[in-house]
Design a protein around this ligand. Structure first.
Ligand code: S3P
Length: 171
């Protein structure tokens, strides 16, 4: 069964676009973070706080593997770090998966993440620290993001337009 996977940095719009695309192509959609939160009965913040990042990365790998193996067509919105840990990147290269990297500029990410409280990696940073963190981790993560089947630049585009672009790539 076909899987459409949206990946990209925190704040690149994965969940928003997944929802819109789901209506356009009539595939169910799952947000990996939400799947983890529901299964654990804890928020992502609580998992990081109580169990640590390594534990979260293990869960992320486990639930990604399950979603990819499920017997239905599905759009999956990953977490920003998902392709960059365990062997998730290799899992995403399978034939039944179309992966799309939502590419967003550092300035846009910075503006969207400045007041984000539910993302443990970026919460409680000064503006200067946040900008540096985004620049550095986006640089490191780009190696993984760039292995997606398609890249869609999101800057200055409405979510509906981005979803249409993805739809046309998938036909
Ligand atoms: C993370 C991104 C988050 C979430 C967790 C870690 C990351 O998802 O999985 O806070 O490492 O980039 P979003 O990209 O949906 O914010």
């Amino acid at each position: 069964m076909k899987k459409i996977v949206l990946l990209g940095y925190m704040g690149s719009g994965k969940s928003t676009i997944a929802k819109i695309l789901s209506k356009k192509i009539h595939y169910d959609y799952k947000d990996l973070d939400q799947v983890i939160e529901k299964a654990m009965g804890l928020t992502i913040n609580e998992i990081f706080e109580q169990k640590g990042e390594v534990f979260f990365r293990k869960l992320e790998h486990q639930f990604l593997t399950e979603l990819l193996a499920s017997n239905e067509n599905m759009i999956i919105g990953l977490g920003g770090g998902t392709p960059c840990f365990s062997n998730n990147n290799a899992l995403l290269l399978a034939d039944h998966i179309s992966s799309i990297y939502l590419k967003t500029s550092i300035d846009k990410l910075f503006n969207r993440l400045r007041h984000s409280l539910n993302r443990p990696l970026v919460a409680n940073k000064s503006d200067e620290e946040l900008k540096e963190f985004i620049a550095k981790s986006l640089f490191e993560r780009s190696y993984y993001y760039n292995q997606a089947n398609y890249t869609v630049v999101t800057d200055d585009k409405a979510p509906d337009l981005i979803a249409n672009e993805i739809k046309s790539l998938l036909i």
